[in-house]
Design a protein around this ligand. Structure first.
Ligand SMILES: Nc1ncnc2c1ncn2[C@@H]1O[C@H](COP(=O)(O)OP(=O)(O)OP(=O)(O)O)[C@@H](O)[C@H]1O
Ligand SMILES: [Mg+2]
Length: 355
């Protein structure tokens, strides 16, 4: 076990071999330092955890209350490991603290297992959400609109405080603080979304595109039936497996197929969508064709928020393109000779590392 004994004001006076070996130096090495405690913390505690640890120590030392905290601690080899440190005061008969006894446990394995569990739960939750871009878009809009509305309201208020006779600078200052807070929270939403679409945490595993297409078709079965759309799937034999992020590619296919359904909503008679996957050089090409209205401006449609639909957000293709490109592929639109259009994306057979 890693044990540390300290004076009543927290200065370490003894360290067990376990702790010395973990840290990679001896207590005497700190003799030049003004405070052994402070230099131990500065040198070892992870920078992100340092302030909290120092505060908790200071609190315990000034009140005599036991100390307990989990944080990352630098091992002799430079690796940060999660530890749980507990410190309790030892008192004499008068109740005066004579020494602090500190136990430090390496709980790195445990913390990592919990973290993995949390991540896989998150992933599960996200997979459930990813299918509906419309829902996602609506919630993004809502999340960003709330703080923006508050920013506007507070800006008006601020203007009033400043133009009052005499100007109320104190109130104006408070209002500006609120504006900053709300603007920051809007910015947070945006960066959170960006992280969501990157999803670099998920391993890209080599899998079959045929399976993915079947999966998405299943996901959309209701929607397809309601709109009277028949889907024909054509798969090249012997396609090499490609590496991709399942949830993200699922989202791309849902976006493309939903657009195809929507493009055919005014078509009388048979509504057929063809989803074809074929090998093309060093890549696999997936083509989603419809016999819908066609696309007058094939480049414009990839711009975020470009939409011709009453309830559209215009994010489907923009997001899809960024996902495909992050896989090292391309996504573009073609108009068919006959009728309707085809959205094509490629995925390189040799995987690109996630950015
Ligand atoms: N298969 C298609 N046929 C004809 N037009 C299409 C097709 N796919 C996309 N478009 C056009 O491109 C626009 C942008 O598509 P995108 O998927 O980015 O947004 P959206 O479908 O309007 O809204 P959402 O964010 O809900 O997907 C559409 O509004 C439509 O005008
Ligand atoms: Mg769309």
């Amino acid at each position: 076990a890693m044990i540390d004994c300290a004076t009543p004001d927290g200065e370490p006076v003894f360290r067990s071999r376990g702790l010395r070996e973990f840290l990679g130096y001896n207590l005497e090495d700190l003799d030049d330092a003004e405070s052994r405690l402070a230099s131990t913390l500065d040198a070892g505690v992870h920078p992100d955890d340092l302030a909290g640890v120092k505060k908790a120590y200071a609190h315990s030392l000034s009140t005599g209350q036991p100390y307990a905290r989990r944080h990352r601690l630098r091992r002799f080899d430079g690796e940060y490991r999660w530890v749980e440190t507990r410190a309790a005061p030892m008192r004499n008969v008068e109740g005066v603290i004579v020494q602090w006894n500190v136990v430090c446990l390496d709980i790195d394995g445990e913390v990592r297992t919990q973290e993995e569990l949390r991540l896989s739960q998150e992933k599960l939750a996200r997979a459930g959400q990813a299918a509906s871009l419309a829902e996602l878009s609506a919630s993004i809009a809502h999340e960003v609109n709330q703080p923006l509305a508050a920013v506007v309201a507070n800006s008006h208020a601020c203007q009033r405080w400043l133009t009052a006779e005499p100007p109320n600078l104190d109130r104006a200052r408070i209002t500006v603080e609120r504006i900053i807070r709300d603007a920051n929270s809007a910015a947070d939403v945006v960066s959170h979304i960006r992280a969501l679409f990157k999803q670099t945490l998920y391993p890209r595993t080599a899998s079959s595109l045929g399976e993915l297409i079947a999966e998405v078709r299943g996901l959309m079965a209701d929607e397809l039936r309601k709109n009277g759309v028949t889907v024909v799937v054509e798969l090249d034999a012997d396609m090499p497996p490609v590496a991709f992020d399942r949830v993200q590619l699922q989202q791309v296919l849902v976006n493309l197929m939903r657009n195809a359904v929507e493009a055919m909503s005014s078509v009388r008679g048979a509504r057929t969508m063809i989803v074809r996957a074929q090998t093309s050089g060093e890549a696999i090409e997936v083509r989603v064709s419809d016999s819908g209205v066609g696309i007058p401006m094939p480049d414009k449609i990839f711009e975020p928020f470009f939409t011709t639909k009453e309830n559209g957000m215009g994010m489907g293709l923009a997001v899809s393109r960024s996902i495909v490109e992050s896989h090292g592929g391309r996504l573009w639109a073609e108009n068919n000779d006959e009728k309707g259009s085809t959205l094509v994306f490629t995925l390189p057979v040799k995987a690109k590392d996630p950015e």
